[in-house]
Design a protein around this ligand. Structure first.
Ligand code: AMP
Length: 542
């Protein structure tokens, strides 16, 4: 016997149709790449998505074809995103911050048939085009007035296609397990690998993301996802905003603190999401300008660990709650979120913040466990740490085209590559990436914890810790710090600051003040590059 309820495929197009029907006049506001602000709403976004969808079909796009975008978070990107998946094709969001060779590799690997891109990337795409072997059409995401007079490419104009599109177009009726989106991992080693999201996985993920202990979004929310759509779907916000009828605020290609701050104030933003480096610059700007954060109630921070001073500054100085989250491209991206449960809420402030610094509790739809070297599960005691494995309906089952072979174990668990603890209240804490943990005298030192402690030192803007070969201990930590403008940081000042804040044996064997630290295209410290740079470094203790 099977249940007797309706079969209603979970399609991404349902989200935009729901927003059109029930939240049609709720605003979508975007800073345009051409300059100025575009004020739209869900009805208009949905109508234009349909028109663009019909244009894609006229251009020959069919079920399963890949259509790539190279674009910031804008209204046109949201429209084209929904249009591509809506016609049954795959929205392949490419990260424009990748090296050119990586972009060419990714577009060719994905066999993208169309590339739709922002005006800001015109020169880059013209240069890349000879390397792109499968693109049949280039669409510039702009209006007629901004089309270039000369280009080496045969360009189609987005607004022309929308204007000529069919207003009565209907979305494809397809199986909910059909692919909807494609995102390549940033790949700190080897070639990037594609994660192929399905309609079903995206809709289920959005439903959980909207819920109370996740983003707690509703029709009264005004949300600014600063996390880009090319990085794990802007953490699903363009989906969740449509599902809940939230006002969607988009920052275009603007990541400077004054612009973000103005947007938060002007658009009554109540929830915003970004990586720690973005919030660092916003907090520094506020410190200088003396402003406030208006109606902002909550910031969701993830992508790398949130430092303590950031939680304290948001909550104490601005009355904004921090939701620390952890996830990855392979997880759509949501895995855990640091909402306080009653037992933790009852603790004193310092302990509550200790818990907020952990990466959080599993959301519904994500199973997780930690395992030791022998693959046996470790206790949830907050002390034992091991490889973090996950399982669930929006977690990758294999990379696109089978790259990397089998990525699940016998029981269907995916190894995240992170090393973590889980405490008795269910809070997971990332100790390190398994590749980055420092193995000293048979014990592990967490590079992340050391970095978090070091960024609290006066004058330190950013810190990175890597393991350096040591004749006695196997590896010992080397701390690299970048100082804030005008500061004068020294090895002695940093070590004096760390004294008493970390276990004695974790104390870095050396501290170097450097001009710059390398980052990946998604803003994470590029440890492989640092390890290569300091491969032959001799520690003073060696
Ligand atoms: P990506 O797929 O580029 O989003 O990278 C995912 C990886 O980023 C995870 O496996 C973690 O190593 C790291 N990461 C994400 N969120 C956090 C966080 N809140 N704290 C520490 N590391 C994080």
């Amino acid at each position: 016997m099977i249940g007797a309820m309706q079969d209603w495929p979970l399609l991404v197009s349902r989200l935009i149709e729901h927003a059109r029907t029930n939240h049609g006049d709720r605003e979508v506001v975007a800073l345009a790449v051409e300059g100025g602000t575009v004020r739209s709403n869900w009805r208009t976004i949905a109508d234009r998505a349909h028109r663009f969808g019909s244009a894609l079909e006229t251009l020959g796009i069919r079920h399963g074809d890949r259509v790539a975008t190279l674009a910031w978070n804008t209204h046109r990107h949201v429209e084209s995103w929904y249009a591509i998946s809506g016609v049954g094709a795959v929205a392949h969001t490419i990260n424009p911050r990748l090296f050119h060779e990586q972009i060419a590799y990714i577009a060719n690997h994905a066999e993208d048939r169309i590339l739709a891109f922002d005006l800001s990337f015109l020169a880059m795409v013209e240069k890349l085009a000879p390397e792109l072997t499968t693109i049949e059409h280039y669409i510039l995401l702009t209006d007629r007035a901004h089309m270039p007079a000369n280009s080496s490419l045969d360009l189609l104009c987005y607004e022309d296609l929308v204007a000529a599109g069919d207003p009565d177009h209907a979305w494809a009726v397809i199986d909910e397990n059909s692919p909807a989106g494609l995102c390549y991992t940033s790949g700190t080693t080897g070639n990037p690998k594609g994660v192929l999201y399905s309609h079903r996985s995206n809709v289920l993920h959005a439903m959980t993301a909207a819920s109370g202990d996740c983003f707690a979004m509703g029709v009264n929310t005004s949300v600014l996802p600063i996390a880009p759509m090319f990085h794990a779907n802007a953490w699903a916000i363009p989906y969740v905003a449509a599902l809940t009828g939230a006002k969607l605020v988009l920052n275009g290609g603007n990541f400077d603190a004054p612009t973000l701050h103005k947007l938060i104030i002007d658009e009554g933003v109540t929830l915003s999401l970004a990586v720690p480096t973005v919030w660092l610059s916003v907090l520094q700007y506020l410190e200088k300008s003396g402003g406030n954060l208006g109606l902002l109630k909550r910031v969701a921070i993830g992508g790398s660990a949130v430092p303590r001073f950031m939680v304290e500054a948001f909550q104490r100085d601005y009355g904004v709650t921090v939701s620390h989250l952890w996830g990855m491209t392979e997880m759509s991206p949501l895995g855990t979120l640091g909402t306080l449960c009653p037992r933790v809420s009852a603790m004193d402030e310092a302990e509550r913040i200790d818990h907020q610094l952990k990466q959080g509790r599993a959301v519904f739809g994500v199973e997780m466990k930690i395992v030791g070297e022998d693959h046996a599960e470790l206790p949830r005691d907050g002390k034992a740490f091991g490889r973090l494995l996950v399982r669930g309906p929006w977690i990758v089952s294999r990379y696109f085209k089978g790259d990397g072979g089998d990525v699940l174990d016998r029981d269907g668990w995916f190894d995240t590559g992170d090393v973590a603890t889980i405490d008795p209240n269910g809070y997971m804490q990332i100790v390190d990436r398994s590749k980055d943990v420092i193995k000293s005298g048979g014990e592990w030192i967490s590079s992340i914890e050391l970095e978090n402690a070091a960024v609290g030192a006066p004058g330190v803007a950013e810190a990175a810790v890597i393991g350096i070969a040591h004749p006695k201990w196997d590896e010992r930590p080397l701390l690299l710090v970048r100082q804030k403008d005008g500061a004068s940081v020294s090895k002695e000042s940093v070590l004096a600051y760390l004294d008493g804040k970390i276990a004695k044996w974790w104390t870095p064997d050396d501290v170097l003040v450097v001009d710059d630290l390398p980052h990946t295209a998604t803003g994470k410290l590029l440890k492989t590059e640092l390890r290569a740079r300091y491969k032959d470094y001799k520690l003073p203790t060696a």
